[in-house]
Design a protein around this ligand. Structure first.
Ligand SMILES: Nc1ncnc2c1ncn2[C@@H]1O[C@H](COP(=O)(O)OP(=O)(O)OP(=O)(O)O)[C@@H](O)[C@H]1O
Length: 286
């Protein structure tokens, strides 16, 4: 087997693109129009007319207080069956209505809780994913692709550590989150949906996960949508777009860097030294 090459992450992911896609990074846009979800039993609306879009190279964060509808929106974007209610609205990929089959073929989602194999190591899990997703590569190429992914995920130091569980010592929470994202990225999805990728992580691990998502969006041509509970200033600074939900409605949708000006424009200027995301969440909670 070839020796594990040590390149900067940019080169590794760039090489992966060149090697696998012939150098053509795709351009993808996921758009959602007037999405609503109403519970059949009570008639309660969990989402009301929410719209937005995200394209290749961008990370869109769905923010909002607990119960504001973030996970419901992500499920709706993934065209998941939600028998408890009725969904309305349109989800498109590059202008075409997205179906559940289309989503399964071209997109990937990472759930709020990691679902990994307790007794397999990082390397073994990623190797399985690459073997499954890259049947046209030969064995050595798949091994190289696995190494590249391990490096891109920053998991090379724990590549032989098994996942573990409450009783068996294994990967840390942040490493598990990155592995879950890596398994989804092995598919090179056009769109990646991540539910709470930073929940339960310390600030440094949360920042590392968001850095990974941003790199994936830029280098792999993946449009990323993630839900976030309370992003730290450093996490918020890495976001391209923010959609803030309040009681299932859109309170803000636009560039993350313009959220502060928006708040000023509606008479709620963000005080100095205040995290704009926290301020917005307090405002919609009030
Ligand atoms: N199948 C369902 N039946 C009844 N209520 C539901 C159902 N699914 C979600 N809800 C309710 O809808 C609201 C929105 O839920 P959702 O999980 O989308 O919120 P969230 O913003 O992701 O919250 P959190 O940040 O706590 O995960 C919550 O009040 C939740 O209890």
């Amino acid at each position: 087997m070839p020796k594990l090459a040590r390149y900067p992450i940019e080169t590794i992911i760039g090489d992966k693109l060149r090697a696998d896609d012939g150098g053509h990074a795709r351009e993808t846009t996921l758009a959602f129009h007037e999405c609503s979800f109403t519970l059949k039993k009570t008639g309660e609306s969990l989402l009301r007319g929410v719209s937005g879009a995200v394209r290749t190279g961008q990370v869109l964060a769905v923010l909002g207080p607990s119960g504001s509808g973030k996970t419901t929106l992500l499920k709706l974007l993934a065209l998941k069956a939600m028998p408890a209610g009725v969904s309305r609205g349109l989800v498109t990929l590059d202008g075409q209505r997205l179906s559940a089959e289309g989503f399964a073929r071209q997109c990937a989602s990472v759930e709020q809780t990691d679902s990994l194999w307790t007794y397999l190591s990082c390397r073994e899990q990623l190797q399985y994913a690459i073997d499954l997703c890259e049947p046209n590569l030969d064995r050595t190429e798949r091994w190289v692709a696995t190494n590249r992914l391990l490096l891109a995920l920053g998991l090379e130091s724990c590549q032989d550590t098994r996942v573990g569980n409450a009783l068996i010592k294994g990967l840390s929470g942040g490493q598990k989150r990155r592995l879950s994202i890596g398994l989804a990225l092995a598919k090179k999805p056009a769109v990646l949906l991540c539910d709470e990728p930073t929940s339960g992580l310390d600030a440094a691990s949360a920042a590392a996960v968001m850095r990974l998502l941003k790199e994936a969006s830029e280098r792999l041509g993946t449009a990323v949508v993630c839900t976030l509970h309370q992003p730290s200033p450093s996490v918020f600074a890495r976001l391209d777009l923010a959609l803030v939900l309040s009681g299932g409605r859109s309170a803000y949708y636009g560039a993350a860097c313009e959220l502060s000006s928006f708040l000023s424009s509606v008479g709620r200027p963000v005080p100095q030294h205040t995290n704009v995301a926290d301020f917005m969440l307090d405002a919609v909670n009030a």
